[in-house]
Design a protein around this ligand. Structure first.
Ligand SMILES: Nc1ncnc2c1ncn2[C@@H]1O[C@H](COP(=O)(O)OP(=O)(O)O)[C@@H](O)[C@H]1O
Ligand SMILES: [Mg+2]
Length: 152
């Protein structure tokens, strides 16, 4: 596991940019952390690191936003999902297991639909402006990502 501590929103964005550069088509990033932890802020960096110029806003009501980087980026916020089957209506398989990178806030809501392999990011609020960001890879597909992460 790689552990980072950031001291401002901007530092979290910068970490996201570095991580985003390591992502490839088909990758899934699950973001764990309380409300206000910094999941959307980190996503802003990931999206930039993936080469998109779009302004990232929280897809709380629409469940997903799509951005165009060097690959398509699907940013989910599942906070309002009442049952996992609702992502089936969204056609989530096409995004998760397709040609782009998926980034998911509140992945707990997926329950039995949680993918088997993914990059896991946990963000903890440790103080005013301070965040502990823990990153590890679940599944062999991401061994390359984990290795590169050590050089960040
Ligand atoms: N080190 C930090 N990293 C990220 N966000 C921070 C940090 N310090 C303070 N913040 C603030 O915390 C909030 C995080 O919001 P957001 O990313 O929307 O949270 P989430 O998506 O996890 O609910 C923002 O208001 C941001 O300015
Ligand atoms: Mg958010």
């Amino acid at each position: 596991m790689a552990v980072f501590v950031t001291h401002s929103e901007q530092e979290t964005v910068e970490l996201g940019i570095k991580m985003g550069k390591l992502l490839e088509a088909g990758d899934i990033v699950l973001l764990y952390g309380d409300l206000g932890a910094g999941k959307t802020v980190l996503t802003r960096g990931l999206v930039q690191g993936l080469g998109a110029k779009d302004v990232v806003t929280s897809p709380t009501y629409t469940l997903m936003h799509r951005y165009e980087g060097r690959v398509p980026i699907y940013h989910f916020d599942l906070y309002r999902l009442s049952e996992p089957d609702e992502v089936l209506d969204l056609g989530y398989e096409e995004f998760f297991y397709g040609d782009g990178v998926s980034i998911v806030e509140w992945p707990q809501r997926l329950e039995y639909l949680c993918p088997e392999e993914y990059v896991r990011v946990k963000i903890e609020i440790v103080g005013d402006g301070k965040r502990k960001i823990m990153v590890d890879a679940v599944g062999g597909r991401y061994s390359r990502f984990e290795k590169e992460l050590r050089n960040i």
